[in-house]
Design a protein around this ligand. Structure first.
Ligand SMILES: [Zn+2]
Length: 81
């Protein structure tokens, strides 16, 4: 069974899509049950997207809008928690 601390360790690999299928499934299962890790992954995704947007020389309007949406979602989730 995947624990929250295990998930935190491999979360960035999960976001990058670098995990093997069993690990990926274990994370998805955990995220279904654990609200805290859902918002953790959400926040991590936002910062990953921000870094990618930053490293790109051409501003991507669609990506920026997606980031805005994710930030809003993450903030909403945090308020509820
Ligand atoms: Zn968790």
């Amino acid at each position: 069974m995947l624990m929250c601390k295990d998930l935190a360790e491999i979360a960035s690999d999960y976001i990058d899509g670098e995990l093997a299928t069993p690990q990926n499934l274990a994370i998805k299962m955990h995220l279904m049950m654990c609200r805290h890790c859902r918002s953790f992954i959400g926040n991590l995704r936002v910062s990953t997207d921000l870094m990618q947007a930053h490293s790109s020389s051409v501003p991507d309007e669609a990506l920026m809008r997606k980031i805005d949406q994710r930030v809003a979602e993450a903030l909403k989730a945090r308020k509820k928690g």
